[in-house]
Design a protein around this ligand. Structure first.
Ligand SMILES: Nc1ncnc2c1ncn2[C@@H]1O[C@H](COP(=O)(O)OP(=O)(O)OP(=O)(O)O)[C@@H](O)[C@H]1O
Ligand SMILES: [Mg+2]
Length: 449
């Protein structure tokens, strides 16, 4: 069976098409919506793995609020042979977080474009990025096959128009994604840009002649495509994208509005030195907050708590790092962001021991924080229309899809250019997967001819 797979930064969906209707495959039995799987992987020290909502739950239950305990442990022995002295066996001792219940990975798709992210050590085992993604894909494949009762013979996978800002970054990401599929036992893989897939999903039920602009704004990337649809004929006129997504917007909220609750602006010691910049820089995503978990950095934070002029906030920073509240902080910011899509103001709250705040974030303040991203997105949208050789008035329909396309600032950006009447929201979380299923089915027809 040919399957369409939308492996998203935040969410993953899979679907099949029979020439008449699309069926979304229930990938996550634990999630509120079974058809949308969070792109998350959890690995325990014993090597057990979970994906989706279960992965996030396992991490949250076991890790959040847990105090890290470092112990000096033997990590094995190193044998080295020297010409003059012979072989020397040396014991390697390292600091190990002895009661960690497991590691959680999210936004792995974003790492595909990063040449410096090659492998990571998970409780003493080295995994490449491709292996981590393959763990998710293999389990997804198993769930699809169990649901369909037949093997996945070919896969049409979505890809952002641009994974990365450079051509080399793009090529690297495609190669790694292909490798990850192969490791998961999926060899017959073809790629289709995600916004083109969303346009397919729209075109399947639309036969009139139309110029369609797809604005697909997800967790990791914004992808824009202009297509001409005429009956069953579909022509891509232009396509473009930027590596900006909802993850970055969450980060803007944390770094732009919430760091004062974690000691930003504090002065340390009699010389009133500023807090080392690296500490606050690492708050820019929850996984890098974990990287502050080193005995040395914890020592720096302890010192700051002792000598700083904002002891309460610095204690909150210490708890954030020591007790693993980074994911909770980011979930609170993300919730606030989503609330701002329907309300003019949101309150971002955290009450976990010494971490205590209720931050009022008005929508206009959020819009100010994401100003640079919005400008890049406006420029990208204008570029695509121009590259298609059209005037904005010649765009008949604008399809908004992807979770971040619900943000009012971007709805406004689109209605200013194309008028509100021409905007349509299309299943933000499932339309790309549905379109990929249609493309997978079509490719079978092409091969049969
Ligand atoms: N109502 C909302 N308002 C604003 N943002 C939202 C809303 N709902 C979801 N999001 C954001 O949408 C993103 C997820 O969207 P989606 O599932 O389309 O992404 P994805 O397909 O996984 O990512 P990508 O296509 O970039 O790889 C998250 O960043 C989430 O915070
Ligand atoms: Mg997407």
């Amino acid at each position: 069976m040919r399957v369409g797979l939308d492996f998203g930064t935040t969410n993953t969906t899979a679907a099949v098409y029979d020439g008449d209707k699309v069926t979304l495959i229930p990938l996550d039995p634990v999630a509120a919506n079974h058809e949308v799987l969070r792109t998350a992987l959890f690995i325990t020290p014993e090597g057990e793995r979970q994906i989706g909502r279960a992965a996030i739950n396992a991490f949250t239950e076991g890790n959040v609020g847990r105090e890290i305990i470092y112990e000096r442990r033997s990590l094995g022995t190193l044998k080295q042979t020297y010409a003059e002295v012979g072989t020397i066996e040396e014991e390697i001792v390292g600091l190990v977080d002895v009661n960690s219940p497991g590691r959680l990975f999210q936004s792995l798709k974003t790492m595909l474009r990063d040449p410096s992210y090659v492998r990571t050590n998970v409780f003493g085992v080295e995994y490449t990025l491709e292996q981590l993604i393959a763990f998710i894909l293999r389990e997804i494949r198993r769930r699809i096959e169990a649901f369909l009762g037949t093997k996945v013979t070919a896969l049409t996978v979505g890809r952002p128009v641009h994974y990365a800002a450079t051509a080399e970054g793009d090529a690297l990401a495609i190669q790694r994604m292909t490798n990850a599929c192969a490791l998961a036992g999926l060899d017959a893989v073809s790629f289709l840009p995600e916004p083109i897939a969303a346009a397919y999903a729209y075109a399947a039920y639309q036969r009139e002649q139309r110029n369609v602009l797809v604005f697909d704004f997800g967790g990791g990337t914004l992808d824009v495509t202009v297509m001409a649809i005429n009956g069953t004929e579909r022509t891509v006129l232009a396509t473009d994208g930027v590596p900006i997504g909802g993850d970055i917007l969450d980060s803007k909220i944390v770094t732009g509005a919430l760091t004062p609750y974690f000691g930003a602006g504090a002065r340390l010691g009699p010389r009133k030195l500023p807090l080392p910049a690296v500490l606050l820089e690492r708050l820019n995503d929850w996984q890098s907050i974990l990287e502050l978990h080193t005995p040395k950095i914890l020592q720096v934070i302890d010192e700051a708590v002792r000598t700083g002029d904002k002891p309460q906030e610095l204690q909150a920073l210490r708890a954030l790092v020591r007790e693993n509240y980074g994911l909770l902080l980011y979930e609170a910011a993300e919730r606030g962001k989503r609330e701002l899509s329907s309300a003019p103001e949101a309150t971002i709250a955290m009450h976990q021991g010494v971490i205590n705040f209720d931050h009022r974030l008005p929508r206009f303040e959020f819009e100010r924080l994401i100003g640079p991203e919005a400008r890049a997105i406006a420029a990208c949208t204008d570029r695509v229309v121009q590259a298609a050789g059209l005037e904005p008035e010649q765009i008949d329909v604008v399809l908004r899809t992807g979770g971040s396309s619900r943000i009012p600032k971007f709805v406004r950006l689109l209605s200013e250019r194309f008028t509100a009447e021409r905007l349509r929201e299309q299943d933000p979380f499932t339309s790309v997967g549905a379109g990929l299923a249609i493309a997978a089915y079509d490719s079978a027809l092409v091969e049969q001819r």
